[in-house]
Design a protein around this ligand. Structure first.
Ligand code: NDP
Length: 324
């Protein structure tokens, strides 16, 4: 048996309940991982509310963890009991003391990294990796925008983009968050209350931006389009304020032959080789200190509902880890 946070129905944080559940032995191709730390991500909120559908209920939400392998099923050769591992692209099920998971979704956690760092960085860090290196390969000298710049993905993006030689315009909701984004590489920080396109026009001398990384969704989609130069790329990768609907593609023509993409980490890491490549890119920038992982909040796993309340109330900065 093990303990896990489960939802029996979708809804508010109060739907998350700490329960004792059976812990099966690993099937062929699986590993049993004892979590030392579990990552908190906004996608967990989407599964809890029902914006994203769990395959069945009751469900254990959560997509990211770090821990120690306790056992492996038949056919698993790359991972062995005792290995320190982390993951972020498995099916939901991370809000548990232990779980079985497909072994080909695991990566070994490099020695110097703690379990807390592993659980904090895999999902948000590999997201930053695929966004800036594959989805829109950012070049030195470009000026780019990052929404929610003091958040989990946001702080990693600011540092990584600066490391690549880009000039980052971060957008945040408070002065405290602005200071944090600045301290992590954002050259300019705008508040959500600013006239953002007008400020971007000033900063870029009218040129506007080749790309905007927008995780806020509904509230900022049109603002982001207005910040783009002709042929610019709108990378809409999240829905913190609600999902985006584009009623008329003509809006992209009217605003300058724009591109829009709605990427997900799942697609960019579906192949094992891509998962390993993004994880290695992440380990490299973290090991070299180009990107620091800020674990600014921890909660006991059994109190994950409080962590959700803080995340949804925009009270967290950087990454948050749940401790079993
Ligand atoms: P964050 O730490 O960034 O938290 C969300 C932040 O979004 C808040 O702190 C807040 O920053 C901002 N925000 C704006 N509007 C709202 C709102 N109405 N409610 C709550 N927050 C709001 O979370 P994560 O780093 O975990 O995730 C960031 C985003 O990236 C999420 O949208 C997530 O879905 C997305 N994502 C997408 C992936 C993909 O594969 N496509 C993978 C990973 C993450 P502020 O107060 O400064 O506005």
């Amino acid at each position: 048996m093990t303990h896990a946070i489960r939802i029996h129905e979708t809804g508010g944080p109060e739907k998350m309940v700490w329960e004792e559940i059976p812990l099966p032995a690993p099937k062929p191709g699986e590993a049993l991982v004892r979590h030392k730390a579990v990552g908190l991500n906004f996608i967990d909120v989407y599964f809890r509310t029902g914006l994203y559908k769990a395959p069945s209920l009751p469900a254990i939400i959560g997509m990211e963890g770090a821990g120690v392998v306790e056992a492996v099923g038949d056919g698993v050769t790359d991972i062995a009991p005792g290995d320190r591992v982390a993951y972020a692209t498995a099916p939901i099920g991370a809000y548990a003391e232990a779980r079985c998971i497909k072994a080909d979704r695991l990566v070994k956690l490099p020695g110097p990294l703690s379990f807390e760092q592993g659980a904090a960085m895999m999902l948000q860090g590999m997201t930053a990796a695929f966004l800036v290196k594959k989805c829109y390969p950012v070049r030195a000298g470009q000026t780019v925008m990052v929404h929610a710049a003091a958040g989990g993905v946001g702080l990693i993006m600011c540092q990584w983009l600066k490391h690549l030689g880009a000039t980052v315009i971060g957008v945040v909701s408070t002065e405290e968050k602005a200071a944090l984004a600045r301290a992590h590489g954002a050259a300019h920080v705008l508040l959500t209350s600013d006239d953002i396109p007008a400020r971007v026009k000033e900063i870029t001398g009218g040129a506007m931006l080749p790309v905007v990384f927008d995780s806020v969704g509904r509230d900022t989609f049109n603002i982001s389009l207005d910040c783009l130069a002709p042929f610019g790329m709108m990378v809409s990768y999240g829905n913190a304020s609600g999902p985006v609907a584009i009623p008329d593609l003509g809006i992209l023509a009217a605003k300058g032959s724009l591109y829009v993409t709605r990427p997900t980490l799942a697609t960019y890491t579906a192949k094992r080789e891509d998962l390993v490549s993004h994880a290695n890119d992440l380990f490299e920038v973290v090991s070299s200190d180009a990107v620091q992982i800020r674990v600014n909040q921890t909660f006991p796993l059994r109190n994950a509902a409080d962590a959700h309340r803080a995340l949804e109330a925009r009270q967290t900065t950087g990454s948050t880890v749940l401790l079993p």
